[in-house]
Design a protein around this ligand. Structure first.
Ligand SMILES: NC(=O)c1ccc[n+]([C@@H]2O[C@H](COP(=O)([O-])OP(=O)(O)OC[C@H]3O[C@@H](n4cnc5c(N)ncnc54)[C@H](O)[C@@H]3O)[C@@H](O)[C@H]2O)c1
Length: 438
């Protein structure tokens, strides 16, 4: 099944890939009876005006997976338009999505490439867009989609700097006014085991929370070596993970899942971050300028401290967990799978329920909310989790303690002034004590 990002047993391109087998598994995971119970009988014979016309923006591993997951969420879904920066990426995604059969109707004149592909998808007569490019573009794409009155599924993270986070929040507020849905790809919130354990923690199963720790320590992942003829911009876009302006660094791109879980558990965002990190293994310029490890201490409003650690270094021991310590027990959610979450202490518990495919579930929730006229809006929540990761990164990059107020008001804007193919120097690696807090 799909797993968040680049967990150790994941595909080499670092994202969920789509295959006929995945489709079948996803469909099996959500039983037909359960699906219909979830969706109501209105959708049993979706056709014509009932169709939910979906456009995909960012046709890589996750975008292709999300299009399949959305189609499997309900037969009314029809993928009708696709946009990507590069034709080769779009073509391979389109070839795999043909496995969707009747739910895939993307004609040549509904395939768009380049920097403005997103706008063309949005303007192509769709109801819902799936935003799955590198996160740098998410605020811009969300703004265009909501301005045009489209519902949105937005992969996490949703920005790479405070400027993007503020934009995303402002657009989310506009979406609420316009009664448009924004569902975020913070997938742990749809792991049945996580939901159950977090609900119990909120109900007092471990007493008052005093501290927590979370880890996403794994090996390295994909990279795309520069090819002759690629401009700086093309290389960075294709090798996007290794450039902070595109990915936010791995603490933002990947670790946002765990930080989002912690904000969910704490029912708050942190008030400050104090951390460190560096680049010990991925030192070759082929790996851009991002770090390969971070450790951040976050403080929450109730005084609880979270120790948060993420590492991407080959040959090291993996650890991917979230643990919360309370006055009456300890709660643990296992990130590597939708099961195995426990509570130990005065109210012990072990999750052993049904575990539907969370990647399909997020689209079921999205479609249900649209159809029920009560569109989900997870924009603010995912923007806060994204900023939580960004404030940790900025603390490590600069060596400073970063408060939430500093983080949300930061003037940092990493987007290049010109979005065009051509020269774009690689920024220097951040040096704590020298790199300024902006
Ligand atoms: N929720 C999860 O579990 C999960 C898993 C994997 C990835 N993701 C997220 O999904 C997003 C995409 O990741 P991926 O692994 O699919 O990467 P990817 O490199 O496979 O795909 C990204 C695609 O976006 C295209 N693109 C880049 N800039 C674009 C632009 N401005 N307009 C249109 N297309 C553009 C690229 O050419 C590429 O095809 C990231 O934000 C990532 O963090 C989430």
């Amino acid at each position: 099944m799909n797993t968040p990002d680049n967990e150790p047993h994941h595909s080499t391109n670092g994202s969920s890939t789509l295959s006929r087998r995945d489709f079948l598994k996803a469909t099996a995971a959500v039983s037909a009876a359960g699906l219909m119970a979830n969706l109501g009988t209105n959708y049993a014979h979706a056709q014509g005006a009932d169709r939910l016309r979906v456009g995909l923006i960012g046709c890589g591993g996750r975008g292709t997976g999300a299009a399949g997951d959305c189609a499997h969420a309900h037969p009314s879904v029809q993928i009708v338009a696709m946009g990507d920066m590069f034709k080769d990426r779009l073509d391979s995604s389109r070839a795999s999505l043909k496995a969707l059969g009747d739910q895939f109707k993307v004609t040549d004149d509904h395939c768009f490439v380049g920097f403005d592909a997103y706008q063309k998808v949005i303007d192509s007569g769709v109801d819902l867009v799936l935003l799955a490019t590198p996160p740098a573009f998410r605020p811009m794409h969300l703004q265009a989609a909501i301005a045009a009155g489209k519902h949105v599924f937005a992969e996490k993270p949703v920005a790479v700097d405070a400027t993007g986070v503020r934009s995303f929040i402002a657009t989310s507020e506009l979406a609420a006014q316009k009664n448009l849905a924004i569902v975020a790809g913070t997938i742990y919130r749809r792991y049945a085991s996580f939901v159950e354990v977090v609900n119990r923690v909120h109900a007092g199963a471990i007493g008052n929370i005093v501290s927590a720790h979370c880890y996403f320590n794994v090996g390295g992942l994909w990279m795309h070596p520069r090819q002759p003829g690629w401009s700086d911009m093309e290389w960075q876009l294709r090798d996007w993970y290794y450039f902070t302006w595109l990915s936010g660094d791995h603490i933002v791109e990947q670790f946002v899942h765990n930080l989002d879980t912690m904000n969910w558990v704490m029912q708050a965002h942190p008030v400050s971050a104090y951390g460190m990190g560096g680049r010990q293994v991925r030192t070759d310029p082929a790996f851009g300028h991002i770090y390969d490890h971070f450790t951040i201490e976050y403080e929450y409003p109730n005084g609880a401290r979270l120790t948060a650690m993420c590492r991407q270094q080959d040959g090291t021991d993996s650890r991917v967990t979230n643990t919360v310590f309370g006055t009456q027990g300890v709660a643990n959610t296992q990130s590597l799978g939708n099961t195995g979450s426990t509570i130990k202490g005065e109210h012990p518990y072990r999750f052993d329920g049904e575990a539907p495919n969370p990647y399909v579930q997020e689209h079921i929730d999205l479609i249900n909310s649209i159809r029920n006229g009560k569109p989900l809006n997870e924009g603010h929540q995912v923007a806060e989790s994204t900023l939580t990761a960004i404030m940790g990164r900025e603390s490590a990059y600069t060596g400073k303690t970063v408060s939430w107020d500093q983080a949300i008001n930061s003037k940092l804007d990493l987007m290049p002034k010109k979005l065009e193919f051509g020269p774009l120097p690689t920024p220097p690696v951040a040096i704590p004590g020298k790199t300024p807090l902006v």
